[in-house]
Ligand binder design. Structure first.
Ligand code: DUC
Ligand code: ZN
Ligand code: ZN
Length: 464
């Protein structure tokens, strides 16, 4: 006897899309086929599309963000927003605060997350210290405990590592079977451009984009790939914003580098002109790398369509406009340098790609499932996640492909007080989400108790 039978949906599986029934038992997918086995509950899903629950492998939740700045989401609100947007797993970054060790930071994140999550979570690490204890003891122990991926930064004071330090971190990843994720922007070049902007009295939000132009990202992307080739490790270039960086990734792959690529909704829907909006509204679009232009949208779309990108993530990094840039936040108004970098997006990632990609005929349902779920599971070592297959966790999202909605802050569940996509029209919306067989979202609203667990991960599966 099944617990639940989802009947009559078009089901997106790794083998293709087919009309069939999905049986759930004890939190797992137990049946796929045309028969109608006995079930305690039968859900009529005619007219809907069953997708693997979204996995967003790039989100920031409750991350220390500097003096006086608080992230807008804790684990409760971020994961409410995640399930409302069709996700069943998110991978936030664990950043040590002050002189916390990595192990202390992981313990602190567990204290914040455990028991509060509406979906499953698993922490990536951020490596900002490269002392012998961090690299020789903490990192190997944390990898062994299932934190098999970590991010390094090539920008930001206090976070940026030197090339030598990146190589040392990569060598730990190689020895221990972990995956390095790189934020690729050239810190020295940014500082040079920022100093020049300051001398010229330029502090408006649009200067955030003007001081982080494409070459800043392209050069760092090339350098990160080169360092990974020297260390002989795979790496993920996260949040790729433009065609020139993508070209570096293609060239690296042609040389044999194992480089994975991630992009995000902001790089196919927002532009640097959004940072120039009147009334300081531009601050709502400040993220790094910054949104570019329509020519780069086309390049990023080509990469999505051709399969150059394995991953489409949100880079959800939520702040409150009222706190950070509203009229009572004079620091931010004095200079873009004081606006925290990041925008909210965990709830809108999937509907934006479904509408702009699937409904507009740019990508298939199967590619949508791959770049929003399956590839995240495969790359980051989540063996039971990311596919509608017998034996996998029953993490499923039902989509109504005919539902047309206008994205409005008033309807969203995140902790930010705005969305960069206010007024953006989409067709297709997730209407029901199952996490390990339990309904956690119905009709767009999160439902039930926080059932989310922290997941230990295995070493990454090489996709190339
Ligand atoms: N990098 C991220 O990955 N997220 C937000 C800000 C940043 O620089
Ligand atoms: Zn980053
Ligand atoms: Zn990020």
């Amino acid at each position: 006897m099944l617990d639940t039978l989802i009947a009559g949906a078009r089901v997106v599986t790794p083998a293709g899309t087919t009309a069939c029934n999905i049986g759930l038992r004890s939190g797992r997918i137990a049946f796929l086929g045309e028969d109608v086995p006995a079930a305690a509950e039968i859900i009529d899903a005619a007219g809907l599309i069953a997708m693997p629950g979204g996995i967003d492998s790039h989100v920031h939740i409750s991350q220390p963000s500097g003096p006086g700045i608080e992230m807008a989401d804790d684990f409760a609100s971020a994961t409410r927003a995640a399930v409302a947007g069709g996700n069943t797993t998110v991978l936030p970054f664990c950043l040590p605060e002050g002189d916390q060790t990595l192990r202390e930071a992981v313990a602190a994140y567990h204290a914040k997350a455990d028991g509060n999550c509406m979906c499953d979570v698993s922490f990536h690490l951020i490596v900002k210290d490269t002392d012998p204890v961090t690299l020789g003891q903490d990192l190997p122990a944390l990898i062994a405990a299932g934190h098999t991926s970590f991010k390094v930064f090539m920008t930001y004071e206090g976070l940026a590592l030197t090339d030598r330090e990146i190589l040392d971190v990569m060598s730990v990843a190689k020895e221990q079977g972990a995956l390095v994720m790189v934020h690729a922007e050239n810190e020295d070049a940014i500082e040079f451009l920022r100093d020049r902007a300051a001398r010229e009295g330029e502090g408006a939000p649009v200067w955030h984009a003007r001081t982080r132009p494409v070459p800043v990202e392209r050069e760092a992307t090339h350098r990160a790939i080169t360092l990974a080739e020297i260390a002989d490790v795979p790496l993920t270039i996260v949040h790729v914003s433009n065609g020139e960086s993508l070209e570096e990734i293609r060239r690296g792959r042609a040389r044999g580098a194992k480089v994975f690529a991630e992009t995000c909704p902001q790089y196919i829907t927002l532009t640097a002109e959004d940072l120039d909006r009147a009334g300081f509204e531009g601050a709502k679009y400040v993220c790094s790398p910054p949104p570019r232009d329509r020519g780069n949208w086309a390049d990023i779309w080509a990469g999505i369509e051709q399969g150059t990108f394995e991953l489409f993530s949100s880079d959800h990094c939520p702040f409150r406009f009222a706190d950070t840039a509203g009229k009572d936040a004079p620091g931010a108004r004095a200079s873009f340098r004081n606006i925290p970098n990041g925008i909210p997006g965990v709830e809108t990632r999937l509907p934006i790609l479904f509408s702009e990609g699937v409904i507009k005929g740019r990508i298939s349902l199967e590619r949508f499932a791959a770049i929003t779920s399956s590839n995240h599971a495969r790359l980051y070592g989540l063996a039971t996640k990311g596919a509608i297959m017998v034996g996998k966790d029953a993490d499923i999202t039902l989509w109504d492909p005919s539902l047309t909605r206008t994205i409005r802050q008033a309807d969203l569940h995140h902790g930010s007080d705005y969305t960069p996509w206010e007024g953006f029209e989409v067709t297709g919306w997730p209407v029901r989400t199952f996490l390990r067989g339990q309904t956690v979202m119905l009709g767009g609203d999160p439902v039930g108790a926080p059932l989310g667990r922290h997941l230990e991960r295995t070493s990454p599966e090489t996709l190339l």
